[in-house]
Ligand binder design. Structure first.
Ligand code: NI
Length: 163
């Protein structure tokens, strides 16, 4: 396992649509393990494969309460609304206010290729939306209500989890 370099905004790869995963093999498992190490190292909430330079539909989410690896995820249900702070490991030092659904369900394949479903609210719902957007080449700055000002950034006492 290893920590991979995180692709930073400005690289074209972050703006491309990712391809489905077809092979649930050793190479995928190594990537997932590396992504988890990378996420832990960066103290983030979620990470999508294009953020480590891989154009495949893979995301991982770690809310502190739950760790999930989602391959070929598809959001199947959204409900409600939440407005809150959001950041991204590929956009260091910035935060925005983003409105997302408060309740999200998604289907996805696990690392063995089995179809599963996740049903999440609040931070989990936000993270699912943020990470699935990465697979379409979308970043939170595209959908943010607004970005925090420098003054607001300097007032942020404690760094929220990035994804
Ligand atoms: Ni992100």
């Amino acid at each position: 396992m290893a920590i991979r370099d995180i692709v930073i905004k400005g690289e074209p790869i972050l703006r491309k649509k990712c391809r489905p995963v077809e092979n649930f093999d050793n190479r995928l498992w190594l990537l997932l393990d590396d992504m988890r190490d990378t996420l832990i190292d960066s103290n983030g909430v979620g990470l999508a494969a294009p953020q480590v330079g891989i154009m495949r539909r893979i995301v991982i989410i770690d809310t502190g309460e739950q760790y999930v690896e989602m391959i070929n995820p598809e959001i199947t249900f959204t409900d409600g609304e939440q407005t809150g702070l959001e950041g991204c490991l590929s956009i260091p030092g910035k935060y925005g206010i983003v409105t997302r659904p408060n309740h999200v369900k998604a289907k996805y394949q696990d690392r063995m290729g089995n179809w599963c479903e996740i049903d999440g609210t609040e931070l989990t719902a936000r993270a699912i939306c943020h990470e699935c957007d990465h697979l379409e080449g979308r970043l939170y700055i595209d959908v943010a209500d607004r970005m925090l000002t420098d003054e607001e950034l300097s007032r942020l006492e404690r760094q929220e989890g990035d994804s």
